[in-house]
Design a protein around this ligand. Sequence first.
Ligand code: GLN
Length: 430
Amino acid sequence: MRSIIPDYLTEALGDVESDISGELAGYIPELAAADPERLGAVFAMVDGAVYGAGDIDTEFTIQSISKPFTYALALSDRGFDPVLAKVGVEPSGEAFNQISLESDTGRPLNPMINAGAITVHSLAGSEQLNPTERVERVVQGLSAFAGRALTVDEAVCASELEHAHRNLAIAHMLRSHDILTEDPRVAVDGYIRQCAVLVTARDLAMMAATLANRGVNPRTGEQVVREPVVRQVLSVMATCGMYDAAGDWATQVGIPAKSGVAGGLIGALPGQIGIATFSPRLDPHGHSVRGVTLFERFSADMGLHVMEVPAAARAAVRSNHVVGKGPYAIRVFQLQGGIRFAGAERAVRETMDAAPAQARVALDLTMVSSIDDVSRRMLLEVVRRLTLDGHEVYLIDPDSIIPDPDPGDGGRVTVIGDLEEALSPGRTVT
Ligand code: GLN
């Protein structure tokens, strides 16, 4: 049977195909020569499944979609402080190529506008790298996000370099404030090469999925950047990724995103999906017209808005019941699903409220798929308190969701794989 998702994507593309509004990026002559009819969309799930329709293997230049990824590389290579000292995280509310620097420090407001991105490019790789090595580091890093070796489109690069007056003006401003400490031309050269990296919609979706998957490429399994870096990058994409349309985007689409003037558009929804669309005609903000419409539709059709409230944490406690009789009676709290703070709080409350009369209490984690650090600590503290109150506590944890549980001072827990192990009279579990 055919999957339903490619059919959905094909239908969505069909609905936007007739929209020929918008303009190609005329300020880069080579981009103005692109085929405006190209249209494609890809979903990359965080487990590596990929669905696509339309022009998903056509190469085009990444342009500004390189910005969040190069920001991730700079944060990884140099650490947060040196990068934050040079580039802020405040939305500018202005166009991508606005010369907007903080009035006192000269710091670019954020890494998504060109001023920030040129600075960020200068911070990629170790300080010792020469400009060529720095570009290599960026291309290699973008490739790791995509999961394949990417190359540079020399024609687009040369074409943009010839018309780079505005970016050069920005870079000179940055140099005058000592935000850039090198020749402004060198920084702009490197930045423009970074923007000329060739990608397909499939690559972009995989890059977005790597962000959505805590920095691990779903296909290669490579941890490209660490989780704190991903959180920083997604936050900045959410607030600044769509420049002066960031507020509209946040309310209408609600997915951390980034656009590029060659027509690419990505969205990364943490824990779920990386999405990419490709259609070259742009709106006045420099975002793909059909891409924006597609994202609005995807978000609405599939409930992808990041502020969409997830199912109630109540579901964390599946049941609370007593099994067995007499001295073998056990109060069982069966938990389920992915447990985070609100789910753990619910489980803690249920356990405390029940004030189990039974001497033996079991926390059944058999149906728990994941548990975060705070929830693990909360449950172990419950175990400790139950022990101190005189209970014998079992953790039913066949998959070692909580490996080596240590309930701490005065706590004691017996890990079993199955409730039967605690029930059978012949087997005294100690
Ligand atoms: N290279 C382009 C520029 O610097 C990127 C702009 C964009 O994609 N928004 O102007």
